[in-house]
Design a protein. Sequence first.
Length: 344
Amino acid sequence: MADERTIFERARDNGGGAADGGLGARLGPLGDIGRVSGSLARATADFARAGRRLAGALAETGQDATAGASARIARELRDRLSADLDDRDPDHLREQLPLLWLISSFWFRGEVRNLGNIPEEGPVLMVGNHSGGNLTPDTFVFTLAFSTYFGVERPFNQLAHNLVMASPYARLLRSGGTVAASHENSRQALESGAALLVYPGGDWEVHRPTWERNRVDFAGRKGFIRLALDANVPIVPIVSIGGQETALFLSRGAWLAQLLRLDRYLRLKVLPISVALPWILNIGDFLGHFPLPAKITVEVLEPIDVRRQFGDDPDLDEVYEYVTRVMQETLDTLAAERRLPVIG
């Protein structure tokens, strides 16, 4: 692989070119008050009994419908959260590359460096820092660069939070290779020979305050190291900058998520608060936001063979410290290159 070849040359070579009837009682002569009263009483009682039977039937029907809808929703969520790697559609991705590259190049002015550090073939675990809220423009730019550089036929998967995979646009994400974040899905992807992109910092890192934009924060999560060891694959650090400048991120809102018990019911440890278009005050970022045109720069570091570098029984804390340190040093260098936020 020659790094001198630009991504756009690769794009050219690789084809980068959603009978109830009304109740009517026939009343007799008005003089027969007792008969009329009795008829009304009986009619009223019959109507009440009929109403109770109808209410009961509607309740049973409603319960059945609710149970059926719940079952269908549960089945759909299970399907969306499963690691069906066959959902990735290279042909669909190839068709979208020209338009997606226009957005990446002219809006985010995306720059991805040293893609040649990624092994040419076979499974590999790429570990990135994460920015930009639920929109995650760093993933957007890197996924396009990877697919263009190596070709859309190379198996490539990305992990996403369950809430993202349960969203209405999950089908589109899955066609691009995105699967729900879990150890089982990660294992399946690597066993299939795919390149896998993971973000250990997850929602904690992606919603960090803007003034922490140049900080790598995996929150002490080391599962990616065990995954690399179990699959016997190298770790390739992916460092990005600019995503946290696409909005003004004020708070992760961890206290708010805990107050609303979202951590228990939706696995959400944060409920972020930001200032973003078009919502102005954006709580949760569930619908995303219109990103500012911040310049996104991504740098791929050299592969790390964990066992070769740290021994057959490596200390996870030592590996974690090393990976996050080299990533932070690279992020500091990228930050020093920027003149102004958003402008780059």
